[in-house]
Design a protein around this ligand. Structure first.
Ligand SMILES: Cc1cc2nc3c(=O)[nH]c(=O)nc-3n(C[C@H](O)[C@H](O)[C@H](O)COP(=O)(O)OP(=O)(O)OC[C@H]3O[C@@H](n4cnc5c(N)ncnc54)[C@H](O)[C@@H]3O)c2cc1C
Ligand code: SF4
Length: 330
C-alpha cells in the first residue's frame, strides 16, 4: 500500500489566512483542494510538502455565479461535479461542461475542483510511477534525478500539461484571479502556463488561485474533443478546444484552436484558426485549418499510445472539434 508521507494540514477560512500560511510554509508548503492530483503524487513521492493548506473552507472559492455583464465566475474550489451539472454552465458554456464531464471518473469529479484541474502537475510515463520504479531508473530531471529519459540530451523537461479544462479556458479567453501577499492580480489563463514540464506555471508558489472568469459567448460557439484510451477514465493524450465568433452572414469573424496534452502548456495554433476566418465551416473549408493544426501538434513519446498514431489522430480530432462549432455541433 502506498502511504502519504508525514505532513500536517491547516484549514484556513479566509484568503488572507491561506496566503499567510503558504508564505510561512515556504518551500515545504502546498495548497490542496480536492487532493486528487496532489495526494497520489505525495504517495509516489513526486511531491513531498510537509505543510499542506486545504483551501476548501474558504467561502470565496466556492462561488459559482454569472455576473451582471454575463461573465461566468467560477470559484477555484468548485467541484467538477457541481460545475458540470450547473444549468447555467450547461446551457451557456456547454464546451466547458462537456470537458469537465470528460475528466477522470464520477468519484474523482466529486472531489476534484476546477482550480485544481488548471493547476494539475504535468505528466510523463517516466515520472508518474511509484518511488521504487523511479529509483530503479535513477529518477529523472523533474524529480530527484538529472537526466530526461524522453530526450536525454535535452536541457529541459517535456512533461505534458494534461488538464482537460485548460485548453477550453484558453480558447474561451478566460482569466484567472490570483491572490498573493501583496493583493490580487488577474491574468489570462493562457498566461498561467510556461512551456516547461518542471516550471510549468507562471503563478508564484504562494499565490492562491481564487477564481476563474469566463467571458459570455454572446453568439460565439465553442467545442472540445478528447482522445484517451478508456472513455470512462483516462487523462487526455490529445485535447482539442475550438472557439469561433460569427458575422451576420454566418461567416467566421474570429477563431481560436488550442491543443491540450501535446506539450507542457496548452498550445494555441493561431495559424490554423486564421484559416477558418471568412468561411462558414463547410467541410472543404476545414481542410487547411486541420492540416496546419495537426502539423503543429508535435506529441512526444511520454504518454499513452505511439507518437505516430497520436499525430495521425490530431487531424481527426481537430476536424471533429471544428465541426462541433457548427450550429447543432455536427
Ligand atoms: C485516476 C485519475 C484520473 C484522472 N483523469 C483526469 C482526466 O482525465 N483529466 C484531467 O484533467 N484530470 C484528471 N485527473 C486529475 C484530477 O483528478 C483533476 O484534474 C482534478 O480536477 C484536480 O483537482 P483537485 O482539486 O483534486 O486538485 P488538487 O490535487 O487538490 O491540486 C492540484 C494542484 O493544484 C494546487 N491547487 C489546488 N487548488 C489550488 C488553489 N486554489 N490555489 C493554488 N493552488 C491550488 C495544488 O497545490 C496541486 O499542486 C485524474 C486523476 C486521477 C487520480
Ligand atoms: S520529460 Fe524527461 S525530465 Fe520530464 S518527467 Fe519525463 S523523463 Fe522526466
Amino acid at each position: 500500500m502506498l502511504r502519504l508521507p508525514p505532513h500536517d494540514t491547516s484549514f484556513p477560512t479566509s484568503i488572507a489566512d491561506a496566503v499567510a500560511l503558504r508564505v510561512n510554509a515556504g518551500a515545504v508548503g502546498a495548497y490542496v483542494a480536492g487532493g486528487t492530483d496532489l495526494y497520489p503524487n505525495m504517495k509516489r513521492r513526486q511531491q513531498e510538502p510537509r505543510r499542506v493548506i486545504d483551501v476548501r473552507r474558504i467561502p470565496e472559492l466556492n462561488r459559482l455565479e454569472v455576473a451582471a455583464d454575463g461573465t461566468l465566475v467560477i470559484g477555484a474550489g468548485v467541484t467538477l461535479t457541481r460545475f458540470m451539472r450547473d444549468a447555467r454552465v450547461r446551457a451557456d458554456w456547454p464546451a466547458l461542461a462537456h470537458a469537465a464531464s470528460d475528466i477522470s471518473t464520477p468519484l474523482l469529479q466529486n472531489m476534484g475542483t476546477v482550480g485544481g484541474n488548471l493547476l494539475l502537475d504535468t505528466r510523463c510515463n517516466y515520472y508518474d510511477q511509484g518511488y521504487e520504479w523511479r529509483k530503479a531508473i535513477n529518477f529523472c530531471m523533474k524529480k530527484d534525478g538529472d537526466t530526461c529519459w524522453v530526450a536525454p540530451s535535452s536541457p529541459r523537461c517535456w512533461a505534458v500539461q494534461s488538464s482537460d479544462l485548460a485548453p477550453v479556458m484558453v480558447a474561451l479567453n478566460a482569466r484567472v484571479v490570483l491572490a498573493g501577499p501583496d493583493g490580487e492580480r488577474t491574468i489570462p489563463v493562457a498566461a498561467l502556463y510556461h512551456d516547461d514540464g518542471m516550471a510549468f506555471l507562471t503563478k508564484r508558489p504562494e499565490e492562491l488561485l481564487v477564481r476563474i472568469e469566463v467571458p459570455a459567448l454572446t453568439g460565439a460557439r465553442a467545442s472540445y474533443q478528447k482522445l484517451r484510451r478508456r472513455g470512462a477514465f483516462d487523462f487526455p493524450v490529445l485535447g482539442v478546444a475550438a472557439w469561433a465568433s460569427f458575422d451576420v452572414a454566418g461567416q467566421v469573424s474570429e477563431a481560436r484552436i488550442v491543443l491540450g496534452a501535446v506539450g507542457s502548456h496548452p498550445k494555441s495554433v493561431p495559424e490554423a484558426a486564421a484559416a477558418l476566418v471568412g468561411g462558414t465551416l463547410a467541410d472543404d473549408q476545414l481542410d487547411e485549418a486541420v492540416r496546419l493544426a495537426s502539423k503543429l501538434a508535435k506529441p512526444l513519446d511520454n504518454t499513452d499510445f505511439t507518437i505516430g498514431w497520436r499525430k495521425e489522430m490530431a487531424s481527426v480530432f481537430v476536424r471533429r472539434a471544428l465541426k462541433g462549432l457548427r450550429p447543432g455541433g455536427t
